[in-house]
Design a protein around this ligand. Structure first.
Ligand code: SAM
Length: 369
């Protein structure tokens, strides 16, 4: 599978779109906000650029796409006002893979600019927004052109399924699982290391000295990748596929030849790559733990059937919104409804006590070369 050509969050604003199912990612952004605020103010107050260039990597489409960008501009507008300086011009780059629904993003820009003008009057820096399609596991911007890079809930997607997982190596599973052989864990870790080191190297070339990166990534607090909470959802999805195999919906070989291009790293694995790269100092690394209900106040709202007539559960829709493009590419469109119906039922009957979604928020400073 060519992840670059296949992976995209579900576009538009329908029931299974990312726009309608990105509440838990929005919570992660809110929880990371104090760290984003500190990083952007530190940067602004030490460099005072006339034009500040900011990239959001893995922006997707939906309400989260412009959330961080507008927060960052507000922080700088207020900061410059307090310091008695005129606010800088903002040059904002929204990046994602080419299959992302950039059309929906671009259509939302006039309303975004109008709102900013209404909220701020004349007291804000002009803002120029551009889309940048391409993989963040490679260069996207000219050397030393960016001041601030943000990325939320994106770096757990790998550029490819780790090589060497063909055939029956990970039989009946689609990610690392308790029954997976050690070779599966090793292949996933090696792919994460290749990808994350490329991400760091590319950004180290694109950022100005003292430039900043803040990113959040799904992860795990256990050393053993097969015991992390991150495996549970993939195990339940694999179980849903196994049920469809036994009912003759799909062939067993199809299931055995699929593995997800995803990895939930530990903090040690993240830090180890940052130290190996050597171009960044770590300002902070914190854990964000969300309950399995994604931080929604009413757990039942998240797990029960929505009040409309459709038969999918909210959480199944949240996973469908992010994973459907890859699954559909391999298994076919006709499998998606029965799969997520089954998945929703399994989620509902699973004991969720104590299970959490773990993310890390990491703030990095580009060292002076
Ligand atoms: C779960 S969404 C997160 C969207 C948004 N940042 C948020 O927090 O809601 C992950 C996004 O990362 C994008 N993505 C995954 N791999 C990527 C890559 N190599 N380069 C650029 N974007 C990538 C996906 O297409 C997807 O839109």
């Amino acid at each position: 599978m060519e992840v670059q050509q296949v992976l995209h969050m579900n576009g538009g604003t329908g029931e299974t779109s990312y726009a309608m199912n990105s509440g838990s990612q929005s919570r992660i952004i809110s929880m990371a906000k104090p760290i984003i605020k500190k990083a952007i103010l530190d940067l602004y107050c030490t460099t005072f650029p006339k034009t500040i260039r900011i990239a959001d990597l893995g922006c997707s489409s939906g309400p989260n796409t412009l959330l961080v960008v507008s927060e960052i501009m507000n922080i700088i507008d207020e900061g410059s006002h307090q310091l008695g300086c005129s606010p800088p011009e903002f040059h904002i780059f929204l990046n994602d893979l080419p299959e992302n629904d950039f059309n929906t993003v671009f259509r939302s820009l006039p309303a975004f600019h109008d709102k900013r003008r209404k909220d701020k009057g004349e007291n804000h820096g002009p803002c120029f927004i551009a889309g940048v399609p391409g993989s963040f596991y490679g260069r996207l911007f000219p050397s030393r052109s960016l001041h601030f890079v943000h990325s939320s809930s994106s770096l757990h997607w790998l550029s490819q399924v780790p090589p060497g997982l063909n055939g029956d190596v990970n039989k009946g599973k689609i990610y690392i699982s308790k029954t997976s052989p050690a070779a599966v864990q090793e292949a996933y870790l090696a792919q994460f290391q290749r990808n994350f080191s490329l991400f760091l190297k590319s950004r180290s070339e694109e950022l100005v000295p003292n430039g900043r990166i803040v990113f959040t990534v799904l992860g795990r607090t256990t050393a053993n990748p097969s015991s992390g909470d991150s495996c549970i959802l993939w195990d339940l999805l694999a179980q849903s596929f196994t049920d469809l195999v036994s009912e003759g919906f799909i062939e067993e070989e199809k299931l055995n030849s699929f593995n997800a291009p995803f990895y939930a790293p530990s903090s040690e694995e993240i830090v180890s790559e940052i130290l190996k790269d050597g171009c960044f100092s770590i300002d902070c690394l914190e854990v964000i733990a969300l309950d399995w209900n994604g931080g929604f106040s009413n757990v039942d709202d998240y797990f029960q059937k929505p009040s409309s007539s459709n038969s999918h559960f909210h959480m199944a829709n949240a996973i469908r919104a992010v994973a459907e493009s890859m699954l559909q590419n391999h298994f076919g469109e006709q499998v998606m409804d029965p799969l997520f119906q089954r998945f929703g039922e399994l989620l509902r009957s699973t004991n969720r006590g104590g299970v959490q979604h773990i993310s890390f928020v990491v703030s990095l400073i580009r060292k002076q070369p």
